[in-house]
Design a protein around this ligand. Structure first.
Ligand code: GDG
Length: 729
């Protein structure tokens, strides 16, 4: 069993040195963190090596040399890079996911290539993967890969991590291929995001766009469970701490100090991107110099912008605008010995970054959107003497953890400007208090911790699925139940109706029994050893219409009404319903405020239904309603029962547990089976003897002993019981 890391780009730089290929391992945070995984044993990292190699010989050589580093290449053509990477990944997904939908291009050719390249990755994986392997896929270039792998290897373990933000549903739904993207993401067992907000947005998109049921962060789709959870990514804190104290870096710091003398340094480092807020940052710095001339010659903005995608029009334009604004500020404020903005459009060796982190009194990170942002964490890790101030945009994922930074809204240029003034004047004590707290966070939640908790959770999700699988009644479980069934002399079979014998319909009147169901019930009732008891929350009149003619016992309205197969309808004695008027008035206010909801009145209960209400709003109102009714119901001896898109208010004495037990008191049975899909069925599962076959439909979060996926599986089980019985007779 091995682990395969997959990302668009391999952590290696291959360069052609006079015909001789040179391989340099990447030192990025992700590569360092995952080094503990992919460098071990048979494990590997699979991705694009970053160069175009057309010849088979060339590809073979690269594959073999990378193999020695536990890397496995997926070769891409220039056209694929243009359409899949620059196109769909960077011109469609990137702007939408970073809240710039107007920059997004929805080109069919981009999408086609994205599908093709994801397929290419899948094929490469199957050249090396075996059943039992673990696969951890990274980032937005490979959103389709989990589903494509799952389709061919249903049991393989797949983790997925998104390094950029997941946008709100309102933005995500703009993408023409939104359903395909989500369906395939759900092929993963564990979906990791940087922040809880990303998780919320993802869950809200999948539940609105696909028929997915969510229980908290567990998502049920297509007979599988996936889990979505935040894992804020950390850095290699030790590396930056050690670098800051290394001789080479200290020498560079001394040189920088000589250059900048008494000027305080505000540092900013980003890749060229419209999501980084570079222009707004320059505007804030401009205001600082304009409104506070005392800072002239006393402060510099040291700004590194790492070149990126500058062949794309939007990026080129941004670059030109930065050039213009930097030129404008420098030309207005420069003095003979001082340049306000030290701007570099290139990258530097990490030792130089470390020297700048060590030197800068202030680090200004003000993206409009950023999945996490590691630069701010590297600054904190480098401040070994606990001084320095971090100004951090609330739109960066890191702001959720580094709450002791000076947090700003990057759109509020005035606020960013004031934050710079505060930072430049912050007392040493205050700096130390904040920096210590942030250093603790950066050190505890470092990259090794991130990898560990992600991998632990992936194993846990797999175990959860396995235990669900164990509870699921497969062929063996079915044979076991059939044997007990055949040898029993007198049987009780309690059947819930909605969601158990028929599918869940948004119109309750549409969920009437069909021929197939009648046929199954007839087969069951044909055996004199069987007592079939329908236990439903539905009105007794409805159940009478549907099943009254059959030799079946019926318990209606959760037990308020009962009818034996050969008797009449009886109501539970001692129930009263004078409370209804007051509760109904409250429910009506909820119906008035919640389009699609309605009230159902039963003899001894009132039900507020929200199955036709907009996703999310129904749950919100249901919680509100429960809070409103909490005291009134307690006062009146009533019970509130939250069910599947319903809240039922009824007398405390009425519940499926009590009624099924009292039914058994009068009827001794040596085989008891109970099936249900709802909260209200839990009372029954708990009340029945341990030997009973209690079966929950649709979820494994239950006190029932077994689980079936849906009403179709229920019908299959019931039918198989009757067939086995007739075969054994
Ligand atoms: C994604 C998400 C998320 C920068 N300039 C130089 C240089 N760097 C290094 C930094 C840092 C890394 O690049 C940048 O990290 P970020 O987190 O800011 O952004 P990305 O890695 O581009 O992007 C982001 C991240 O994934 C991780 O999940 O945080 O939100 O967009 O490590 O030090 N390194 C060197 N020279 C430079 O000039 N050597």
């Amino acid at each position: 069993m091995k682990t395969i890391i997959v990302s668009n780009r391999l952590p290696v730089k291959i360069s052609d040195n006079n015909g001789e290929l040179e391989f340099k391992q990447s030192e990025g945070g992700l590569a360092t963190g995952l080094g503990s995984i992919y460098r071990q044993g048979d494990n590997m990292w699979l991705g694009w090596p970053g160069i175009e190699v057309a010849s088979e010989d060339g590809q073979r050589e690269i594959t073999s040399r990378l193999g020695a580093m536990n890397l496995y290449p997926v070769f891409l053509t220039q056209e694929e890079i243009n359409l899949y990477y620059e196109g769909f990944s960077n011109e469609t997904l990137w702007p939408v996911f970073h809240y710039h939908p107007t920059y997004a291009r929805y080109e069919q050719s981009y999408w086609d290539s994205y599908v093709e390249v994801n397929r290419k990755f899948k094929e490469a994986i199957f050249q090396v993967a075996e059943p039992g392997d673990k696969i951890w896929i990274h980032d937005y270039q490979l959103l389709l890969l989990p589903g494509m792998i799952r389709a061919e290897q249903p049991d393989i373990t797949i983790g997925f991590f998104l390094h950029i933000p997941f946008p709100s549903y309102e933005l995500f739904r703009l993408i023409p291929w939104r359903a395909e993207l989500l369906e395939n993401m759900l092929g993963a067992d564990l979906l990791g995001f940087h922040t809880f907000d990303d998780v919320r947005h993802f869950i809200s998109s999948v539940t609105r766009i696909l028929p997915v049921h969510s229980y908290g962060n567990e998502l049920n789709y297509d007979d599988r469970q996936a889990v979505a959870e935040p894992f804020p990514m950390g850095i290699d804190d030790k590396k930056f701490e050690d670098l800051a104290q290394s001789e080479l870096v200290l020498e560079s710091v001394a040189t920088l100090k000589e250059t900048f003398q008494d000027s305080k340094m505000i540092l900013s480092i980003d890749r060229l991107d419209y999501s980084k807020g570079i222009l707004q940052r320059l505007q804030a710095f401009d205001i600082l110099l304009q409104s506070n001339p005392e800072y002239i010659e006393k402060v510099v903005l040291y700004m590194i912008v790492v070149p990126s995608r500058d062949t794309v029009a939007q990026y080129k334009e941004l670059r030109d605008e930065i050039d213009k604004l930097v030129g404008n500020i420098n030309s207005r404020y420069r003095t003979l010995n001082w340049t306000p903005v030290n701007y570099y459009y290139r990258s530097f060796p990490v030792e130089m970054l470390s020297a700048l982190y060590t030197m800068a009194e202030v680090c200004l990170i003000s993206p409009m959107r950023d999945g996490m942002n590691l630069v701010c964490k590297e600054y904190v890790a480098s401040r070994t003497n606990n001084t320095g101030v971090l100004i951090l945009s609330e739109m960066a994922g890191a702001a959720k953890e580094l709450i002791d930074a000076v947090i700003v809204n990057p759109n509020n240029v005035g606020e960013v400007y004031r934050a710079m003034i505060d930072a430049l004047n912050m007392s040493l004590e205050e700096q130390e208090r904040r920096m210590r707290a942030m250093r603790e966070v950066v050190s505890k939640f470092n990259i090794r911790h991130w990898v560990k908790i992600y991998m632990d959770k992936l194993d846990e999700v797999k175990q959860m699925q396995d235990s669900m699988q164990a509870k699921h009644i497969g062929p063996n479980g079915r044979v076991y139940i059939e044997n007990e069934y055949i040898h029993a002399r007198r049987r009780a079979i309690f059947l819930d109706y909605d969601g158990t014998l028929v599918g869940f319909k948004s119109n309750i009147d549409m969920a009437m029994p069909d021929e197939d169901l009648y046929d199954i019930l007839e087969q069951l009732t044909a055996d004199p050893a069987n007592n079939i008891v329908i236990v439903s929350g539905r009105k007794y009149q409805t159940l009478e219409d549907w099943f009254g003619r059959m030799p079946i016992d019926i318990i209606a309205e959760h037990g308020a009404w009962q009818k034996r197969k050969d008797g009449d309808w009886q109501k539970l004695p001692g129930l009263y319903n004078q409370w209804k008027q007051e509760i109904r008035t409250i429910l009506e206010t909820y119906v008035d405020r919640t389009p699609g909801s309605f009230i159902e009145e039963k003899s001894y209960s009132l039900v507020w239904h929200y199955r036709k209400v907009e996703e999310g709003l129904g749950e919100l109102r249901a919680n509100e309603l429960m809070t409103t009714l909490r005291f009134i119901t307690a006062d009146k001896g009533l019970q509130m029962l939250p069910g599947n898109k319903v809240i039922e208010i009824k007398n405390v004495e009425v519940n499926k547990g009590k009624v099924s037990l009292s039914w058994l008191d009068n009827n001794e049975c040596d085989f008891i089976m109970a099936l249900g899909d709802d909260h209200t069925d839990e009372d029954m599962f708990k009340a029945l003897p341990e030997s009973a076959f209690t079966i929950k439909i649709g979820s494994n979060i239950s006190s029932a002993r077994f689980y079936l996926r849906d009403y179709r599986e229920v019908r299959r089980l019931l039918r198989s019981l009757t067939i086995r019985k007739s075969l054994s007779a």
